[in-house]
Design a protein around this ligand. Structure first.
Ligand code: AMP
Ligand code: MG
Length: 503
C-alpha cells in the first residue's frame, strides 16, 4: 500500500451519524505504551455479522453501521470522528517464557463512551501489520474471527465477564496459512486491553515511573475507589487477584478452557480476552486440553486456577517497587496478597457449585458431596453440562435418559445423599429448581456445533447456521424450550478435537 492510498482513505472521515463518541485516554499515556497506526485498505469489505444489541448499548446506530460508511470503519479503512488508531505495546510470558509482544494484528481506534457513561475499547483485530507484528502478516481469517465472535458472545450470555464482539467483516483479501483462507476483521469491544503483560512490558522496558503511570491509569479507569486507600498499588493487586479468582471460578463452573492463559492474555479488568484455541468441555475430565500447541497440558482445565495464580505473581513482581520503598516489606505484602488467591477462588467455585446443586446455604459436607459427583462423572465420562441439566430436571431416574452413570449404585447413593442435603437446607422444591435453572446452562457452544456453523460460513457463504447458533446461545438458561440439537454432545467428545491459535 502506498502513502497516497493511505491518505485518500483517511480523509474520507465519515459524518458522525453512526453514534461514535470516541475518546483516546490510552493514547495520552507516554509513547512507550503504543505506536500510532496508519490505516490500510481492503479489497472488498463485506459485513458478515453485526451485533445489534451490543451496538445499541454502545450508543451506535446498527442501521448506519451496516451502510458503506459504517462498514468502511469496521473494515479498518476509514475512521470515525476523534478516532486515533494505535497498536498497544505489551510483553508476556508465553508458556512460561518471557517475550516482547504487542498488538501484532490489531488496532485500537479509540474508546467509545456509551450513553450510560461507560468506556469501552474499540479494537479491530486482523487489521494489518503493526510495528509489533514480528514475522506475522497482521491478518486474521474468517473462521477464527467468527469463532471468537461466537464464544465471546456465548460467554457474555452465560454471565461471564468477557470482551464482546461487535462485528465481523470479510476483507475480500486472501490470508495465507496452511491453506489460502478468507481474510476478516473482528471488531472487539472490551473494558480495556490492559494486560498483565502490559505491566510486564512497562517493568522490563520502562522505568518505575512508567509502571506507576500505567498503574495510576489502570486504577483510575478500572478501580477508582482505590484512590482513597492507603496503599493503592497493593490495592490494585488485590483487586486483580479478586477479579481473576472470580473469573476463573466461573470458567470452571461452565467447563470453559481458555487454552492460552499466557500473561499477555490476562486482562487486568477481569474479563476473558483473546479467544484462541479455547473450547468447552464435553465429558468431564479435568485433564482436558484443546490447544494443539499445549503438549504439556500447562493450560488443561484442572490447571487453570494454578496458572491464574502464576500469572498474578508475574503482575505482583512488576508492582513491588510501587508497593513499598523497602523491597523486603513490599515482597512480604505482595506475597500475603497472592496467598489469598486459592481461598478466594475456592470460595467462589464452591459457592457456584452449591448453586448448581440447588443448595442455598453452606454446609461443611458440601465440598465432599461435590467432589464425589465430579469423581463419578469422570469415571463414567459423563457430559459435564448435561449431567447438571439432568439433575436440574430430575431426569437421572428417568428411563429415557438412562446412562451408565445414572444406573450405577454409586450414583444412586450419591443422589440420596444430595437429596438429604437439600432437605437439611429446608428449601422448597420450587426454590431449588429455580436456583438450579439459573446456574446450569442448557446450551454451551459445543465444538462440533461451532465448527458446523464455521464450515457453512466459510465454504458456502451460508451464515444461517451461525445466526441460529448465536440465537440459541443468547439464552443459555432458558429451560422453556429445550433444543435437543444444540444440547447433544458429539459422538466422541473432547479429545479428538483440537483448536488452533494465531491463525
Ligand atoms: P495470540 O496468540 O492471539 O494471543 O497472539 C500472540 C501474539 O502474536 C500477539 O502479539 C499477537 O498480536 C501476535 N499475532 C498473532 N497472529 C498474528 C499475525 N497474523 N500477524 C501478526 N501478529 C500476530
Ligand atoms: Mg493474545
Amino acid at each position: 500500500m502506498t502513502l497516497s492510498e493511505t491518505k485518500e482513505v483517511v480523509i474520507t472521515m465519515e459524518k458522525n451519524d453512526i453514534g461514535w463518541n470516541l475518546e483516546n485516554s490510552y493514547a495520552e499515556l507516554p509513547g512507550l505504551f503504543y505506536t500510532p497506526i496508519e490505516l490500510g485498505t481492503v479489497s472488498a469489505p463485506k459485513l458478515v455479522i453485526l451485533n445489534r444489541l451490543l451496538a445499541k448499548d454502545l450508543g451506535l446506530d446498527a442501521e448506519a453501521l451496516r451502510g458503506p460508511a459504517g462498514i468502511n470503519i469496521l473494515a479498518g479503512q476509514a475512521l470515525p470522528a476523534n478516532a486515533k488508531p494505535i497498536a498497544q505495546a505489551y510483553a508476556g510470558h508465553q508458556f512460561g517464557y518471557f517475550t516482547m509482544l504487542g498488538d501484532g494484528r490489531a488496532m485500537l481506534i479509540g474508546e467509545q463512551i456509551t450513553p450510560a457513561g461507560e468506556r469501552f475499547d474499540i479494537q479491530l483485530k486482523g487489521s494489518g501489520r503493526t510495528p509489533y507484528s514480528r514475522s506475522g502478516d497482521g491478518k486474521a481469517a474468517l473462521g477464527p474471527m467468527l469463532r471468537e465472535y461466537i464464544i465471546s458472545e456465548a460467554m457474555h450470555y452465560l454471565g461471564i465477564p468477557t470482551s464482546r464482539s461487535l462485528a465481523v467483516v470479510m476483507t475480500g483479501d486472501p490470508v495465507y496459512r496452511e491453506k489460502t483462507l478468507k481474510g476478516a476483521i473482528l471488531t472487539r469491544v472490551a473494558a480495556s486491553h490492559i494486560r498483565v503483560g502490559t505491566f510486564e512490558y512497562a517493568a522490563q522496558w520502562g522505568t518505575t515511573a512508567d509502571v506507576k503511570t500505567l498503574a495510576d491509569y489502570t486504577i483510575n479507569r478500572h478501580f477508582p475507589w482505590l484512590q482513597s486507600e492507603q496503599n493503592i498499588y497493593l490495592g490494585l493487586l488485590d483487586e486483580v487477584i479478586k477479579a481473576q479468582a472470580a473469573l476463573i471460578a466461573k470458567w470452571q463452573l461452565v467447563g470453559f478452557i481458555h487454552g492460552v492463559m499466557n500473561t499477555d492474555n490476562v486482562s487486568i479488568s477481569g474479563e476473558t480476552i483473546d479467544y484462541g484455541p479455547c473450547a468447552f468441555m464435553n465429558h468431564y475430565d479435568p485433564e482436558t486440553v484443546f490447544s494443539s500447541i499445549d503438549l504439556q497440558g500447562r493450560y488443561a482445565y484442572r490447571n487453570q486456577p494454578n496458572i491464574g495464580l502464576w500469572n498474578l505473581a508475574r503482575l505482583a513482581e512488576t508492582l513491588i517497587p510501587l508497593v513499598d520503598e523497602n523491597q523486603q516489606q513490599a515482597l512480604k505484602l505482595v506475597e500475603d496478597s497472592l496467598r489469598k488467591f486459592p481461598s478466594l477462588y475456592q470460595a467462589d467455585w464452591l459457592q457456584g457449585m452449591r448453586l448448581k446443586l440447588g443448595i442455598a446455604n453452606e454446609g461443611t459436607e458440601d465440598e465432599k458431596l461435590i467432589a464425589e459427583l465430579l469423581g463419578l462423572m469422570k469415571q463414567y465420562q459423563a457430559d459435564y453440562t448435561n449431567t447438571f441439566v439432568d439433575l436440574t430436571l430430575e431426569r437421572t431416574r428417568d428411563k429415557t435418559q438412562s446412562s451408565e452413570l445414572y444406573e450405577s449404585d454409586a450414583f444412586k447413593d450419591w443422589h440420596d445423599r444430595w437429596k438429604a442435603r437439600l432437605e437439611r437446607a429446608g428449601q422448597t422444591d420450587q426454590d431449588i429448581r429455580k436456583l438450579m435453572k439459573q446456574s446450569n446452562p442448557v446450551v454451551i457452544p459445543r465444538n462440533h456445533q461451532v465448527e458446523k456453523a464455521l464450515l457453512a460460513a466459510n465454504e458456502q457463504d451460508d451464515f444461517k447456521p451461525l445466526q441460529q447458533l448465536l440465537a440459541v446461545l443468547q439464552s443459555p438458561y432458558n429451560y422453556n424450550s429445550l433444543n435437543q440439537e444444540y444440547m447433544t454432545p458429539p459422538e466422541s467428545s473432547n479429545s479428538p478435537y483440537k483448536t488452533y491459535c494465531g491463525t
